[in-house]
Ligand binder design. Structure first.
Ligand code: THG
Length: 290
């Protein structure tokens, strides 16, 4: 078994460690116009109040990193992503996961960020490897590597492992250490293919056994198109944490998911005396009494 890597992200003086020996790090997904029409509309209108509120609320309920995505069709993404980040950084002090497919926007974002960010993402395509890895190296950022390449998303865990291996090797050749690579095995909807959930879980297990790296994923993807999604998401979250997931990109405001993460950590022996579970319970009770 490979040793558990520890990825350390930071924002100014604050740092967050991601490791299978530590509690799961929830990466808040909500600052994203792609999945959320209200955010899209607000950003198109230059209204950042919803972004600031989403930042504050996600951190309040336990997100320790925030994903920031400003992919608005037709907009100047470099300018918009920078502005969204400034708004977020004005209200919370957590590390950011910079979610963009646009290298110019990524570069602008990395320039203004103070600390060690998480880049979301690089993949196995030559074009991606050649543009994103040098930016990660230059800015000392950690980077999410998607298990896909020019040929798309491999169907089997073994083939996804191969893509992960290729990206890890390329990163190493450029001086990016293993601990700064976070692998995304790719969670796909089980509504379209009922075996996609188990494929992703097996991919996590293979990659963790081989490299010991940290694992992320858009954990709610698995339930797209299904009714009562929160129960599927919560159950799948717990199973993926058992398999080796360490920093899910998820909605921490969904109680079922948030509790699944805390209960999984307790079950994995990562919550000494159950204090994190109890604290979260007390916090909810206090909030409800208000
Ligand atoms: N891997 C990596 N990054 C990712 C993803 C991934 N970034 C984007 C995405 N997938 C994860 N982020 C989101 C953000 C928001 C929503 C879902 C995933 C979302 N969706 C609601 C829904 O599910 O219908 C929309 C409802 C609403 O408007 O609130 O909010 O896989 N590396």
């Amino acid at each position: 078994m490979a040793t558990n890597q520890k990825t350390i992200l930071s924002f100014k003086e604050k740092s967050v460690g991601i490791c299978r020996d530590l509690p799961t790090v929830m990466v808040g997904e909500r600052i994203n116009p792609t999945g959320r029409k209200v955010v899209l509309k607000a950003l198109q209108e230059g209204d950042f109040e919803i972004v600031r509120q989403d930042a504050i609320r996600q951190v309040e309920v336990g997100a320790r990193v925030l994903d920031v995505n400003a992919g608005v069709p037709g907009a100047d993404e470099a300018a918009l992503l920078s502005q969204v980040m400034q708004e977020v950084m004005s209200v919370v002090d957590v590390p950011l996961c910079i979610d963009t497919a646009n290298p110019q926007a990524l570069e602008a974002a990395l320039k203004l960020y103070e600390g060690k960010a998480l880049i979301n993402s690089v993949n196995g395509e030559e074009k991606s490897l050649n543009t994103i890895l040098p930016l990660a190296k230059e800015h000392g950022a950690a980077v999410i590597a998607l298990c896909m390449d020019d040929e798309g998303i491999p169907a089997t865990p073994e083939l996804r492992l191969k893509v992960a291996e290729k990206i890890i090797e390329r990163a190493a050749s450029q001086g990016i250490p293993l601990e700064d690579i976070v692998i995304d095995p790719l969670a796909m909807t089980m509504g379209a293919d009922h075996t996609s959930g188990i494929t992703t879980l097996k991919t996590i297990e293979l990659i963790v056994a081989e490299f010991g790296v940290n694992i992320t994923m858009g954990a709610s993807n698995v339930s797209f198109g299904m009714p009562d999604r929160k129960y599927i998401n919560a159950t799948y979250m717990a199973m993926a944490i058992q398999a080796g997931l360490t920093c899910p990109i998820t909605n921490p405001l969904t109680l079922e998911i948030n509790n699944a993460v805390l209960a999984a950590d307790l079950s994995m022996g990562r919550d000494e005396y159950g204090m994190r579970w109890i604290k979260a319970f007390r916090k909810r009770k206090k909030a409800a009494a208000k």
